[in-house]
Write a protein that binds this ligand. Structure first.
Ligand SMILES: Cc1cc2nc3c(=O)[nH]c(=O)nc-3n(C[C@H](O)[C@H](O)[C@H](O)COP(=O)(O)OP(=O)(O)OC[C@H]3O[C@@H](n4cnc5c(N)ncnc54)[C@H](O)[C@@H]3O)c2cc1C
Length: 431
């Protein structure tokens, strides 16, 4: 049976593995840590604004395996209750207008699902090198195998790089505030390694504007706290409702750090208000980082202590440091049998964005392995249009200054300019 190797078990990698396997390929997924879901282990909020369209479209196309898991009890804990919409320019995360899932349960349920459909999972080992062969028919370089740190060599017919763009430690030292001990745990499992980069693909990085010091990458924009360090009433409200918000005292608001974060285009509301959620832990969404003394001036946070990243008082993990130029089939440009998904496939942020690009990459890896033509979703679809727009944006310096998602104004404005409702519905209505 044709063999697909997926490297990197974040949301993009698990979606790629599910789609490649369900398309009939023999699939091995290798993840450098002991857990799936990567940075998505601290996500939990989804289905907001245009992201709803992305979820429903992938499900309608038949690739929504991971969405089915996180959208079902007991992984889904707080279903969306509100269906009212604001304008194109407003960022989402309004109370009740998103689904919330339990990140830890998502990890175990997805692990079980993948094993159940016959995906081989390799944990706590890293792909550290590749073996390349010659391409036939001028189709580009052909990957033959990936080499793992502990000595195993995985040969395959097609490969998917879903290693993300976060860290490793030197990246966080050079472009952030040092290792802040985030969920990626580079100290324990080693740094991120991209097999596309190892194979010789160019490595694009997100650019920062000069107003924010120039340089590369973006800081993750959420932190988590130990439950017991939060005021019990506030904790209870967030647990019960799924999400909640608290005003940040003016004296500790810091606008500058928003410009360093993945929350571009800038959303000042993330500085003035802390939007909390409970995806199995107490999460301060939009809090890029904040000195602990300042955090403790926010009502309800008087005894706060960071649980992720542990160094959330000084900084956060640096992301978008390794994107590969790719086609709209998610095949890496210049390579015959190598695909990318998630944050490796462009400055797209979010689990929906990782899952849908991972799905196309995994499905096409299987098609490639079976010798079939690749699927390119038409621009008439929300997914096809997003994948193509991000590819265009990756081609310019200006485009590499932003991050993209189905809920951010850039994509919604683009959809509106095409005469679609800004949620991506073809008839122009909003629901
Ligand atoms: C704190 C935080 C909160 C967030 N909250 C939300 C949210 O609420 N909603 C939302 O939609 N999005 C959220 N996001 C964004 C979202 O989680 C990410 O955009 C998405 O999960 C990225 O998935 P990925 O698979 O592309 O990359 P990653 O999650 O980075 O996965 C890459 C994986 O590859 C592994 N890897 C790297 N190198 C190797 C190698 N050589 N061999 C083997 N494995 C390797 C890594 O260990 C990792 O597991 C959040 C992000 C952060 C950091």
């Amino acid at each position: 049976m044709p063999k697909v190797i997926v490297v990197g078990g974040g949301f993009s990698g698990v979606s790629a593995a599910a789609c490649a396997r369900n398309a009939g390929a023999d699939v091995t997924l290798v993840e450098r840590t002991d857990q799936l879901l990567g940075v998505g282990l601290h996500s939990g909020i989804y289905y907001n604004d245009g992201r709803m369209s992305a979820v429903e479209e992938l499900k309608a196309l038949g690739g929504g395996y991971i969405f089915d898991i996180i959208g079902t009890h007991p992984v889904l804990t707080h279903p969306r209750t509100e269906m009212k919409w604001a304008g194109v320019e407003e960022l989402a995360h309004r109370h009740g207008e998103n689904h919330i899932f339990h990140c830890m349960k998502a990890e175990t349920y997805i692990r079980k699902y993948l094993r159940g459909i016959g995906v081989e999972l390799i944990f706590a080992d890293r792909a550290v090198d590749v073996a390349m062969g010659r391409a036939q028919n001028n189709q580009g370089s052909k990957m033959l195998a990936v080499k793992l740190e502990k000595g195993r060599v995985l040969t395959g017919d097609a490969f998917v790089d879903t290693t993300g763009g976060a860290g490793g430690i030197q990246v966080c030292v050079d472009y952030g505030y040092g290792c802040v001990e985030c969920m990626l745990r580079c100290n324990s499992f080693g740094d991120r390694v991209s097999i596309a980069t190892k194979a010789g693909a160019p490595e694009l990085r997100k650019l920062r504007d000069t107003k924010h010091g120039g340089g590369f990458g973006a800081l993750s924009s959420a932190t988590s706290f130990y439950d017991d360090s939060i005021d019990p009433e506030l904790l209870e409200a967030v647990r019960r409702e799924g999400s909640w918000k608290v005003d940040v005292p003016e004296e500790v608001q810091n606008m500058l750090k928003i410009g360093l974060s993945t929350n571009l285009p800038y959303d000042p509301s993330h500085v003035k208000v802390i939007k909390m959620a409970y995806p199995g832990f107490f999460k301060a969404n939009g809090m890029v980082y904040m000195p602990l003394e300042d955090v403790r001036k926010i009502p309800g946070f008087e005894h706060a202590r960071f649980s992720d990243p542990l160094g959330g008082g000084v900084g956060n993990a640096v992301r978008f440091m390794s994107m590969a130029p790719r086609e709209n089939s998610l095949k890496v440009s210049g390579f015959a049998n190598l695909f990318v998904g998630g944050e490796k496939a462009g400055p797209n942020v979010g689990i929906q964005e990782a899952i849908v690009t991972g799905a196309v990459a995994g499905h096409n890896a299987a098609r490639n392995a079976f010798g079939k033509d690749l699927l390119v979703l038409p621009r008439a679809t929300v997914l096809g249009d997003f994948i193509a727009l991000v590819q265009e944006m990756m081609g310019s310096e200006k485009g590499l200054m932003e991050t993209y998602s189905f809920m951010k104004p850039t994509f919604r404005r683009h959809m509106a300019s095409k005469g679609c409702g800004w949620l991506g519905w073809r008839d122009g209505s909003e629901a």
